[in-house]
Write a protein that binds this ligand. Structure first.
Ligand code: PLP
Length: 391
């Protein structure tokens, strides 16, 4: 047995990627498994984006670029932040990375030391706590359940802050709950943070565009502009443009932190894929109606799935504000099943007995729930819910 680092032994592999791989393996072995585990849109990358990537290849844009991204992509990011969010950034405040995942990883490596604490509202995106641990720091989880629409209160935030708090992470709309904080809720959290100037704020806006019609996107920096000198705005093209495989994420923030994140990136992966950068530029600068098409499909699937789940004895699903996830409470359902004691066992049972792969809430820090991805066809969703309802 090889000796592995203490660091790697302290973390676990991404549970969502593991479920997706498991469902794919079962399908390859001939099993009829419906995958509701994936965190990616089921749509193809829009044509104009693919055309830009092919042109980049043909024009020989296939070499190293600047570590922090090409000048033209960084300008597209600056324009996007101005256009959609009202934020002003200079080029030295922008870093393009290999996915939003690397943006957050770079941030943790750049600002955290052993002894530092990071406040993470739960349910959380699976990777935050592990990336904090990889940086030697300690995640401090603040739990919010369905009774508070999975959103933490200012009192909870205040209660979690200590002298060691270095970073606060907020993800709205949220993976896995689909809930978005309102401007007032964000302003109230911001008020608390204004009293604690050493805390850096990371707003993960990955699902900015996957918000139901009638709701407008707002993040904590919009609600509390005074946080600008210590807020990192994290975003990317993966979810909005169905570009998960292209691996482009970006961050805007204070120049000194961005520079430190760039240094980490320069000694690990260097620049993100050059071809993907040209594709991302086309995504950000090009027509945005491709987003609306996906959104219409996600919304009708969401309405269907929430209604079906709520008709199952022992399940309660709140309608969400956006994203392509539904996060029902399933405690009553678990109680009905002999030999099943928790959401982990339920997920195992569903994949084995019903041929439905989904992620247990425990993976997101919220036992007693499951996460269904609705980024699959209506036909698959109908079949999956029929199977679950028949249990
Ligand atoms: N942030 C959140 C909340 C996510 O759900 C994801 C992907 O699942 C990411 C960031 C990272 O996305 P990517 O690395 O594909 O850009």
């Amino acid at each position: 047995n090889s000796k592995l680092s203490t660091r790697v032994q302290a973390v676990k592999p991404s549970p969502t990627l593991a479920i997706t791989a498991r469902a794919a393996a079962l399908r390859a072995a001939g099993e009829d498994v419906i995958g509701l585990g994936a965190g990616e849109p089921d749509f193809d990358t829009p044509e104009h984006i693919k055309v830009a990537a092919k042109a980049a290849i043909d024009q020989g844009k296939t070499k190293y670029t600047a570590v922090d991204g090409t000048a033209t992509l960084k300008q597209a990011v600056i324009d996007k932040f101005k256009r959609d969010n009202g934020f002003d950034y200079q080029p030295e405040q922008i870093l393009v990375s290999s996915g939003g995942k690397q943006s957050f990883f770079n941030l943790c490596q750049a600002i955290l030391d052993p002894g530092d604490e990071v406040i993470i509202p739960a349910p959380y995106w699976v990777s935050y706590p592990d990336m904090v641990v990889l940086a030697g720091a300690a995640p401090v989880l603040v739990h919010a359940d369905a009774s508070q629409q999975f959103k933490i209160t200012p009192a909870q935030l205040e209660g979690a802050i200590t002298d060691n708090t270095r970073l606060f992470v907020i993800n709205s709309p949220s993976n896995p709950t689909g809930m978005a904080y309102s401007q007032e809720e964000l302003a109230a959290l911001g008020e608390i943070l204004l009293n604690h100037p050493r805390i850096v704020v990371a707003t993960d806006d990955m699902y900015e565009h996957i918000l139901w019609p009638g709701k407008s996107f707002v993040n904590i920096l919009n609600a509390c502009p005074d946080l600008y000198p210590r807020t990192l705005v994290l975003n990317g093209v993966s979810k909005a443009y169905s570009m998960t495989g292209w691996r482009i994420g970006y961050a805007g923030g204070p120049a000194d932190i961005i520079k430190a994140m760039k240094k980490i990136q320069s000694q690990s992966t260097s620049n993100p894929c050059s071809i993907s950068q040209y594709a991302a530029e086309a995504a950000l600068n090009g027509p945005q109606d491709c987003i609306a098409e996906m959104l219409t499909a996600f919304k009708s699937r969401h309405d269907y799935v929430v209604e079906r789940l709520n008709s199952i004895d022992g399940m309660q699903a709140l309608p969400s504000d956006g994203t392509f996830y539904v996060f029902p409470q399933v405690e009553g359902f678990i109680e009905r099943l002999n030999g099943i004691n928790d959401d982990l066992e339920l997920a195992e049972y569903l994949i084995e007995k019903a041929g439905v792969a989904l992620v247990p809430g425990t993976a997101f820090g919220s036992p007693g729930h499951i996460r269904l991805s609705i980024a699959t066809s209506m036909e698959n969703l109908e079949k999956a819910l029929d199977r679950i309802a028949a249990i």
